[in-house]
Write a protein that binds this ligand. Structure first.
Ligand SMILES: [Zn+2]
Length: 305
């Protein structure tokens, strides 16, 4: 059985009409996965409720208390914006904490089963910095999950692979001074948010940025994986791999210009599985609903076959 962590509550993070990071992203994936002929191989799990877990505590280990309070206050007064793109609705604070809870559960699932799982949550996290949410992201799910994983038995090293088409500036910032975490990102460059230069290597050479040209296809990605990504992660011998799984490198995606197809994520996932089976896939971006849903399907199919 392949475990997917999902809650209907993730739909309650409202970003406003016409916003690409919409609740429909999750319903498109949910509906796709519910209707495939191998859906009997999927096990849907609810995340640990925020008041029964320790999501807030883990968020506080990374994010500035004033920032956390700010998100809470904006939500409490009915909603508002952190920046031009990043909305906080009445329920966003609770939903963002539940998303963190889901990522922590994902770590627990993978560590106890030695099998990959998928976190189907929103809001995404890789642009959120210590002091500020941005780029549709509120809390740094992947970095928080990494910090948490490092406190678990048998976990001394965590690798984060970020294949979202945008650079995860927040994740990189947060982990750059931690020698027990490596971060590798493939991202269209130049593109939002403008960070992710190849020369940015982290304090311990623990960051590998791979800027990708617009128009790149699986041919280029495959080469990057074989020559850079796989050697970098394999050499580190991580006890857990967290994939910031954004799907906006799809050729149909409205927010970037890389030319992957949904089936290409099958290939990328297989590359990851050759490194380790202990993989937490967590949703980041991906804004073409059909391509997004098909790409998640391909990721999970690769894990099951
Ligand atoms: Zn993205």
């Amino acid at each position: 059985m392949f475990k997917i962590i999902f809650s209907e509550q993730f739909l309650d993070h409202q970003t406003g009409r016409y916003h690409p990071e919409s609740p429909q992203r999750l319903t498109a994936i949910r509906d796709k996965l519910s209707n495939i002929y191998w859906n009997n191989k999927l096990q849907w799990l609810e995340p640990t409720p925020v008041n029964e877990g320790n999501a807030l505590e883990w968020v506080s280990t990374i994010h500035d208390i004033n920032y956390i309070e700010r998100v809470k206050t904006i939500a409490k007064r009915g909603g508002g914006k952190l920046d031009e793109d990043t909305a906080v609705s009445a329920k966003s604070y609770d939903v963002a904490l539940l998303a963190v809870s889901a990522w922590l559960d994902g770590v627990n699932q993978v560590l106890s089963n030695n099998q990959p799982c998928f976190i189907l949550a929103r809001p995404p996290g890789h642009h959120a910095t210590v002091e500020m949410g941005m780029g549709f992201c509120l809390f740094s799910n992947a970095a928080i999950a990494s910090n948490y994983a490092l406190t678990q038995k048998g976990v001394k090293k965590v690798a984060i692979l970020d294949w979202d088409v945008h650079h995860g500036n927040g994740t990189e910032d947060i982990i750059a001074d931690n020698p027990n975490i490596i971060y590798c990102s493939l991202h269209q460059y130049p593109c939002y948010p403008g960070t992710g230069k190849e020369t940015d290597r982290g304090f311990y050479d623990n960051v590998l940025n791979i800027p990708v040209e617009a128009g790149s296809t699986i041919r280029e990605y495959d080469l990057y994986f074989q020559k850079k990504v796989i050697p970098f992660i394999s050499k580190f011998e991580p006890d857990l791999l967290i994939v910031s799984a954004g799907y906006d490198a799809n050729h149909q995606d409205p927010l970037a210009r890389v030319s992957l197809f949904p089936q290409d994520y099958y290939t990328l996932t297989k590359h990851c599985l050759n490194i380790t089976k202990k993989i937490v896939f967590g949703l980041e971006g991906g804004y073409h609903l059909e391509a997004l849903a098909e790409s998640v399907e391909q990721t999970i199919l690769a894990c099951l076959s």
